[in-house]
Design a protein around this ligand. Structure first.
Ligand code: HEC
Length: 275
C-alpha cells in the first residue's frame, strides 16, 4: 500500500511529538528528532499561512535548496509480530519553505499518523519470520526524491499475542471481543491462556448443523484459516448458516480490524501453536 500527501511546514514542526521511543528501537536516542522541532529558518511567512495553496512567493525565484532529511527513520519498535503496529516517522525540513511530500512504500499496510511524515504500519500475514524493508521518499516537488529505508523484523504471532492483544483485550482498552464473549453465551474467551486455546483449536463451535453442512466444523483448524470459523467470522467470509461476522454488529467488512486479522490468520496458518 502506498500513501503520498502534501505537507505544510506548519504541520511538519510537530512530527516528532507523537512517537514514543522504546528502548528496543535500535536507533540512536535522538534519531529523527534533531530536525523535528521548529527551526529558526522556517518561521517565515510560509509557515501555516498558506498551507495547502500554491505559493508564488519570492522563494521560487532563487536557486532551490534540497530538503534536509534525517538519516534515520524513527521506529518505536524494531521487532513486531505480524499485525502488530509499528510507528514510523521521518524528520525533514526545507530551507526554501517548500511543502514536502512523503511517499511510503513496502509490503504491509500504512496509515497516516497525524501527518504524512508519520505512519502506523503493520505487516501482511506470514508463516515464517521475515526482515521487511520499508522505503520512504521525500521531495520538495522541485528536485529528485530523497529516500530512506527502515527494516522491521517481523515474527510469527504466538497464541500469547492472539489471546492478550486480540481476544481478551478489555473493552475499556479498545477490545472488541470480551465485551460480548466475556460472561455469557456459547463462547466465552477464557480468563487464562491455556483454556482459551483449548476452546478454539480443534474445538467444536456452537453454530449448529447448518454451519457444519456449510463445511465449517471447528472454531480453529490448525494450519487452515479457511476451515476455521474464528477466522471466517473475523474476515466476514463466514458461510450462510454460521451467523454473523465478528465483532457482531460491526458496520464494516471485514468486521474485524485488519491488524487483528493478520495476527490471527498468521497464527492459524502457522499451525495455531499453544505458546
Ligand atoms: C456485540 C456483541 C459481540 C461482539 C463484540 C463479538 N461477538 Fe462474537 N458472537 C456474538 C454473538 C451474539 C454470537 C452468536 C451468533 C453468531 O455466531 O453470529 C457470536 C459468535 C461468535 C463465534 C462463534 C462461537 C461459536 O461457538 O459458535 C465466534 C468464533 C466469535 N463470535 C468470535 C468473536 C470475536 C473474535 C470477536 C472480537 C473480534 C467477537 N466475536 C466479538 C456477539 C459478539
Amino acid at each position: 500500500m502506498r500513501k503520498a500527501a502534501l505537507l505544510g511546514l506548519a504541520l511538519l514542526t510537530g512530527c516528532g511529538a507523537p512517537i514514543e521511543m522504546d528502548l528496543d528501537a535500535g536507533t540512536a536516542p535522538d534519531a529523527g528528532r534533531r530536525d523535528a522541532g521548529i527551526t529558526s529558518r522556517d518561521g517565515g511567512s510560509d509557515a501555516g499561512v498558506d498551507a495547502g495553496l500554491p505559493d508564488a512567493g519570492p522563494r521560487d525565484a532563487g536557486p532551490n535548496h534540497l530538503p534536509v532529511v534525517n538519516a534515520t527513520v524513527l521506529q518505536n519498535r524494531a521487532t513486531a509480530y505480524a499485525g502488530q503496529i509499528v510507528e514510523l516517522a521521518l524528520g525533514a525540513t526545507d530551507e526554501d519553505g517548500d511543502r514536502l511530500s512523503f511517499t511510503w512504500s513496502g509490503p504491509g499496510s500504512f496509515f497516516e499518523n497525524g501527518n504524512p511524515s508519520a505512519q502506523r504500519w503493520f505487516s501482511d500475514e506470514l508463516t515464517a519470520p521475515a526482515q521487511v524493508t520499508l522505503t520512504v521518499s521525500v521531495t520538495d516537488g522541485r528536485s529528485a526524491p530523497i529516500t530512506r529505508q527502515v527494516v522491521v523484523a517481523v515474527t510469527v504471532p504466538r497464541f500469547l499475542n492472539v489471546f492478550s492483544e486480540v481476544l481478551s483485550v478489555p473493552v475499556l482498552q479498545g477490545g472488541q471481543c470480551v465485551g460480548c464473549h466475556g460472561s455469557m453465551g456459547d463462547y466465552q474467551v477464557a480468563a487464562i491462556q491455556p483454556v482459551a486455546w483449548q476452546q478454539l483449536v480443534g474445538a467444536d463451535h456452537h453454530r449448529g448443523q447448518a454451519c457444519i453442512n456449510a463445511g465449517l466444523t471447528k472454531m480453529v483448524v490448525a494450519g487452515d484459516r479457511q476451515r476455521s470459523l474464528l477466522y471466517r467470522k473475523m474476515t466476514s467470509t463466514q458461510p450462510a448458516g454460521c451467523g454473523d461476522g465478528m465483532p457482531a454488529m460491526s458496520m464494516v467488512s471485514p468486521a474485524s480490524p485488519l491488524s487483528y486479522i493478520v495476527t490471527v490468520g498468521s497464527w492459524i496458518a502457522t499451525g495455531a501453536p499453544n505458546d
